[in-house]
Write a protein that binds this ligand. Structure first.
Ligand code: FES
Length: 116
């Protein structure tokens, strides 16, 4: 291996804990901090999904609303986001929110920051 390869910075893959599997009830969420960003982690039938918890319409906490099927409804002006993908499905929000990879590792729900 050349010294160039040894000196090249490798991305640090870091997983953030959202608690133990089962801690989040079905169709409920928990908010965690991921490198300074509030992320809502949802349980949909035993599968976990994580989206940025800030509505881009006017900064509402998406997790403060409710879940309909696999959609999170912002409590402030009723924008709708896909919990699975972060896609905005109905305004007044106008942009998708970031969707973070999740996994369950040794019984712990984990979220990865893949933004860079
Ligand atoms: S702040 Fe979310 S819809 Fe307005």
């Amino acid at each position: 291996m050349s010294s160039d390869n040894l000196n090249r910075k490798q991305p640090i893959v870091r997983w953030f804990s959202a608690g133990r599997a089962g801690d989040i009830a079905d169709r409920e969420s928990r908010v965690i901090d991921v490198n300074g960003t509030e992320v809502a982690v949802y349980n949909l039938g035993g599968r976990y999904y994580a989206i940025e918890d800030c509505c881009n319409h006017d900064g509402g906490d998406i997790s403060g609303g409710w879940v309909e099927d696999d959609v999170a409804v912002c409590p402030r002006h009723l924008a709708r986001f896909s919990i699975r993908t972060g896609a905005v499905l109905a305004g007044p929000a106008y942009e998708n929110v970031h969707s973070f990879p999740t996994r369950v590792h040794d019984g712990e729900i984990q979220v990865r920051d893949d933004r860079n």
